[in-house]
Design a protein around this ligand. Structure first.
Ligand code: SF4
Length: 282
């Protein structure tokens, strides 16, 4: 198959657009599930919080504003076809230039500390967190997922032993949500990674947050586990913004991977109700 050329300028332009658009409009199914929850929520205050979230989404769309003041650290998933040749510059430079332009020209808050201990602000929301995978074909798929840290900070990982039961896993997810309370801006979207090793299971949990909330795991076993985790979390009475109620989580998305015979890693990546992501195929 002939190599297909994609210019670094094109990558920059797409990343810029995705940064701005993902911060202004939520994925359609996530928006819908929030609006439906406003009807089904059992607590009065929970209902009114969910109605406010709906009004906030409307205002962001109408006035071209970000949905939340925390416009996140830019997480980029790139699936690069093996038959793609990137021209005109380095791939990661092109992505970071897109983030820089998206955040500065789109007037999005720049939230990246230049150093994790000595702090400071890079001033343009770079560098992004970039996850790259080589895939078959001659296309380049870019997903931009701006991640707020009110929810990110509530994430947890545990290296279970293979003796852990399904109930143990559900308990850990529920405990994570209970400990977080109102801090991750519930109702939350819960990304769960199961399997792999220490770092892959955290990656899977983040990737799970980019799956549409309306789509269950393709494996019925994990699809059912998602439903059981969601029911359990929604029995905790954390509720919208932590005020109590039946809508603590909007969805649980699991991504799984084979693991070592001696282990069973599980990571929970907490996503808030503003679990943003948008993709483009070049
Ligand atoms: S956790 Fe989400 S909703 Fe809350 S401040 Fe951060 S980005 Fe905004």
């Amino acid at each position: 198959m002939p190599v297909r050329e994609i210019s670094s300028d094109r990558i920059t332009a797409e990343v810029r657009r995705l940064c701005i658009e993902s911060n202004r409009v939520l994925p359609e199914d996530l928006e819908q599930i929030i609006r439906t929850a406003a009807e089904t929520e059992t607590s009065g205050i929970g209902k009114s919080v969910l109605a406010d979230l709906g009004a906030n989404m409307d205002a962001a769309r109408e006035r071209n504003l970000p949905i939340c003041q925390d416009t996140g650290m830019a997480v980029i998933f790139a699936e690069i076809g093996q038959d793609v040749h990137i021209t005109g510059g380095l791939f990661e430079d092109a992505v970071n230039e897109g983030v820089r332009r998206g955040y500065t020209e789109g007037l999005l808050r720049c939230s990246v500390a230049a150093d994790p201990i000595r702090r400071g602000n890079t001033g343009d929301n770079t560098p992004a967190v970039i996850h790259t995978r080589l895939v078959p074909g001659d296309r380049l798929t870019l997903t931009v997922a701006p991640k707020g840290f009110g929810s990110e900070n509530m994430s947890r990982l545990k290296m279970f032993t293979p003796a852990a039961s399904e109930d143990d896993l559900i308990d850990f997810v529920a405990e994570t949500v209970r400990l977080a309370g109102g801090r991750p801006c519930p109702p939350v979207v819960i990304g769960v990674g199961i399997g792999g090793d220490f770092e892959l299971c955290a990656f899977l949990a983040k990737k799970a947050l980019c799956r549409p909330v309306s789509r269950r795991n393709a494996d019925p076993f994990y699809g059912e586990l998602e439903d059981r985790m969601l029911r359990r979390v929604n029995s905790l009475n954390v509720g919208p913004q932590g005020f109590g109620g039946s809508t603590t989580a909007l969805a649980v998305n699991i991504e799984q991977y084979p693991t070592h015979i001696a282990g069973l890693p599980l990571a929970v990546n907490m996503g808030c109700h503003v679990t943003r992501h948008k993709f483009a195929v070049i």
